[in-house]
Ligand binder design. Structure first.
Ligand code: GDG
Length: 498
């Protein structure tokens, strides 16, 4: 079996069985343990001086290979093009999109430099699986360095409609770079369709369906395959975790605070794509419309900080603090605070146990590739007495979770009605909806996602595989001047010593 190489912007912190590891990290790590292999990416450290070194850490059959970024690379590649240009554009927030040509150059430079760091560690028959929008040019950079291995790419976030993608000035370069992969994976069929639409109408390429398996795409002189692979969770493990935490202190404290009130619960990174402000307003509308629910229901929003050094994230934080304060000021009573808004991270086991306590899982992103919280909430429920999921139609999860109450996340009245319906839903209907969703979640768990992608990537055929004639790193070194301030070649040579 070929060795698997995972490449992602951040290498997930894996402590086996530990509370921090999410389903995705565990799912990918399981595959690495089976085949042996390597997880390569940024360590999360930003150097203010000196040369970044690659750090190799062996854990059984798996090597973790991490590099730091220098400040300028972090600013241009991560904060700049990845998160100020691609993230808003791919979440349909063209209004928040910022573009700087130098950042795009930095994004390509860092991708080429990262590729150079990886090349000396590769073997001929390695299969390489690259993750997410930070690394769109990664295969192109590897190809330029003479790497002919199978390379797949999975996009965790939505792929936008062409008219939105066109707002990103180097849209053509990006899609051309995507075509250097052998297999492209998207979360949902609408994302796949949006990609194909660009290929046909903007890139004058072709898309052919085959009797089974991924589509065949021809564009920019390359032939590749593309399909939808909806990411999942491990529902039964989450259910166990939730059950185990039922009598734990956090749940007891929460229940004591609630008395016998019902609980609506949300968990999201504090991101403007998650629809938090509209969600708060819909909860306010619920209290406004239904006086009988006042002091009978509480809303818990856990929103850990993310990308807090960016303006757009500071803005959403201020806005949310304003809204929760305003709504609480309007409706709170001496013994009841309607919204409990917590800007902090909790352990995975605590979240699962709290999900099980919540009568409503309230998941209303404006756009989301999948949204694992929706799947985790359903998994954590007690099948005898499950809660109800209220879910945005613009979360990828809405394509699968038909037992949820599907809402439009900008329709404040519609969301308030769905909350009221969820809070009053009879037990038999809650059980039936939960049962249906669990069937779906078990059938498409995170192993199925990973195995389907890996199967299709292994089956990518045709071209002679292994290192190409250009040899290790040759052309890549031309394209990349290395991380800011360092020669690419030098950095690549020095790096393997760490
Ligand atoms: C991207 C795409 C796609 C959240 N708060 C805490 C915590 N979490 C965990 C959740 C969940 C994960 O983080 C968040 O995953 P989501 O899918 O909801 O959203 P993104 O972070 O935006 O993820 C998304 C995903 O990639 C996978 O492909 O679904 O569309 O945007 O697992 O539970 N975990 C802990 N403490 C917290 O406070 N331990």
């Amino acid at each position: 079996m070929s060795r698997l190489i995972i490449v992602s912007n951040r290498v997930a912190p894996i402590s086996e069985g530990g509370p921090a590891a999410g389903g995705l990290a565990v799912g990918v790590y399981d595959a690495l343990k089976e085949t042996g292999g390597m997880w390569f990416g940024w360590s999360g450290d930003v150097l203010s001086s000196g040369q970044p070194q690659i750090k190799l850490e062996e854990r059984g059959p798996v090597t973790f290979a991490t590099v730091s970024l220098v400040r300028r690379d972090y600013d241009q590649y991560y904060r700049g093009f990845s998160n100020a240009t691609l993230w808003p554009a791919f979440h349909y927030r063209a209004d928040l999109l910022q573009y700087d040509r130098h950042d795009f150059e930095g994004y390509r430079r860092v991708n080429a430099w990262l590729a150079q760091q990886l090349v000396p560690l590769l073997r001929e028959d390695d299969v390489i699986w690259v993750h997410d929008y930070h690394l769109i040019p990664f295969a192109q950079a590897l190809r330029a360095a003479g790497v002919n291995n199978r390379i797949g790419f999975f996009l965790h976030i939505p792929f936008p409609a062409s008219q939105v993608l066109l707002a990103v000035p180097p849209h053509r370069e990006l899609v051309e770079a995507l075509c250097s992969f052998d297999l492209l994976g998207f979360q949902t069929t609408p994302d796949l369709r949006a990609f194909c639409d660009y290929i046909i109408n903007e890139a004058q390429g072709t898309v052919r369906a085959s009797a089974s398996g991924p589509l065949t795409v021809q564009a920019f002189g390359r032939t590749l395959r593309a399909s939808a692979y909806p990411i999942g969770v491990y529902p039964d493990e989450i259910a166990e975790l939730a059950k185990a935490g039922e009598r734990g202190k956090p749940v007891r404290t929460m229940k004591a605070t609630l008395h016998s009130r019902k609980l609506i619960m949300s968990v999201d990174r504090l991101d403007y794509s998650k629809g938090l402000v509209e969600r708060f307003r819909a909860f306010e509308r619920l209290l406004e419309n239904t006086a009988a629910l006042r002091n009978k229901v509480s809303f818990l929003q856990i929103a850990p900080p993310t990308r807090a050094d960016m303006h757009a994230y500071q803005d959403i934080r201020l806005q949310l603090e304003g809204e929760s304060g305003r709504i609480n000021g309007r409706f709170a009573e001496l013994d009841w605070t309607p919204i409990l808004y917590i800007h902090r991270q909790y352990e995975r086991s605590v979240l699962a146990a709290l999900f099980r306590t919540a009568h409503v899982g309230y998941v209303t992103p404006l756009r989301d590739g999948m949204n694992l919280v929706a799947k985790e909430y359903v998994s954590a429920q007690d099948p005898e007495n499950p809660g109800v999921l209220v879910l945005s139609r613009f979360a990828g999860a809405a394509q699968e979770l038909e037992g949820a109450l599907i809402v439009n996340p900008v329709d404040v009245d519609g969301m308030a009605e769905a909350l009221a319906q969820a809070l009053g839903m009879p037990l038999a209907e809650r059980q039936a909806r939960h049962r249906d969703m669990m069937v779906q979640l078990r059938e498409n768990n995170v192993s199925v996602w990973r195995d389907n992608f890996m199967r299709d990537l292994q089956n990518v055929g045709g071209a002679k595989r292994g290192r190409g004639a250009k040899g290790r790193g040759a052309a890549g070194a031309e394209r990349a001047s290395g991380p800011s301030g360092a020669s690419g070649k030098k950095a690549a040579r020095e790096s393997v010593t760490g």
